[in-house]
Design a protein around this ligand. Structure first.
Ligand SMILES: NC(=O)c1ccc[n+]([C@@H]2O[C@H](COP(=O)([O-])OP(=O)(O)OC[C@H]3O[C@@H](n4cnc5c(N)ncnc54)[C@H](O)[C@@H]3O)[C@@H](O)[C@H]2O)c1
Length: 249
């Protein structure tokens, strides 16, 4: 139980990879705050919290859109009000709106940047004062292998995820002497969330490109988050870890 007593906030934690992250954190003893946005995800967040509580873990849900400063304030304040601190922040919320560069509308481009890049900026901006006061923090930002090698038809997504790496390394440098680490995980193709909304034909065409010959599971990303949040990773910051079955090596 290497995260016993730690408090973790996971954005977009109610679905896909977020569920794997929440479950792994809880398994290791962390108290988990599941963030969600919108009615569709409210039920998912509540049932995940009930499931975690049912296995003897401590968990709550908090609503909030990561692109809105007042919402982020609410989700961080409700974490602090309930648990007294925030140790681990996982920026998992993300979207994509696809289209070739010459076709994608500028509003759609901005919308993706807003969730995938402005969101993590806002959550870090508002979480850091608490972490600095507490002299402890673990921030883990979920990027993508698309940040490393580009992704045809997803210019906004790839740009936002590359930007997240630059943002993470910058923040990591800023807080490195304050007991806070900031690291990035780049998942490859995972059997959950976004890939469930992609045509099977496309997914089948991707499998042979993965050296391990298969997609990963949400818990594989959760395992990486646990490592980066744990004491084992106390000297690791500004790092970018691929969890991708080898596709971007
Ligand atoms: N599934 C994959 O293969 C894969 C691969 C690489 C990276 N990722 C990344 O993993 C993360 C999770 O994606 P997923 O595949 O589980 O998809 P998902 O759609 O299940 O999860 C995304 C979550 O973000 C939430 N969200 C969206 N906009 C939000 C906002 N404005 N405020 C708060 N929450 C918001 C959604 O409600 C959802 O719960 C994303 O950052 C994604 O880019 C996924």
């Amino acid at each position: 139980m290497e995260l016993l007593g730690k408090v973790a906030l996971v954005t977009g934690g109610a679905s896909g990879i977020g569920v794997g992250i929440c479950k792994k954190l809880a398994e290791k003893g962390a108290k988990v705050v599941v963030n969600y946005v919108g009615e569709t995800y409210e039920e998912k967040a509540k049932s995940l919290v009930q499931e975690l509580r049912g296995s003897g873990n401590d968990a709550i849900w908090t609503s909030g859109d990561v692109t809105k400063q007042t919402h982020v304030e609410h989700m961080i304040n409700s974490t602090i009000d309930h648990y007294g601190k925030l140790d681990i922040l996982v920026n998992n919320a993300g979207i994509t709106i696809d289209g070739l560069t010459q076709n994608l509308g500028v509003e759609d481009f901005s919308k993706v940047l807003s969730v995938n890049l402005v969101g993590p900026f806002l959550t870090m901006k508002l979480a850091l004062p608490h972490m600095i006061a507490n002299k402890f923090g673990r921030i883990i930002n979920i990027s993508s292998v698309a940040a490393l090698f580009g992704l045809r038809g997803a210019p906004a997504y790839a740009a936002s995820k590359s930007g997240l790496i630059g943002l993470s390394k910058t923040t990591a440098r800023e807080v490195a002497r304050k007991g806070i680490t900031v690291n990035v995980i780049c998942p490859g193709y995972i059997n959950a969330g976004m890939t469930e909304r992609v045509e099977q034909e496309y997914l089948d065409s991707m499998t042979p490109l993965i050296p391990m010959g298969k997609f990963g599971e949400p818990e594989d990303i959760g395992g990486g988050v646990v490592y980066l949040a744990s004491d084992e990773a106390k000297f690791v910051t500004g790092e970018v870890i691929r969890i991708d079955g080898g596709i971007a090596m």
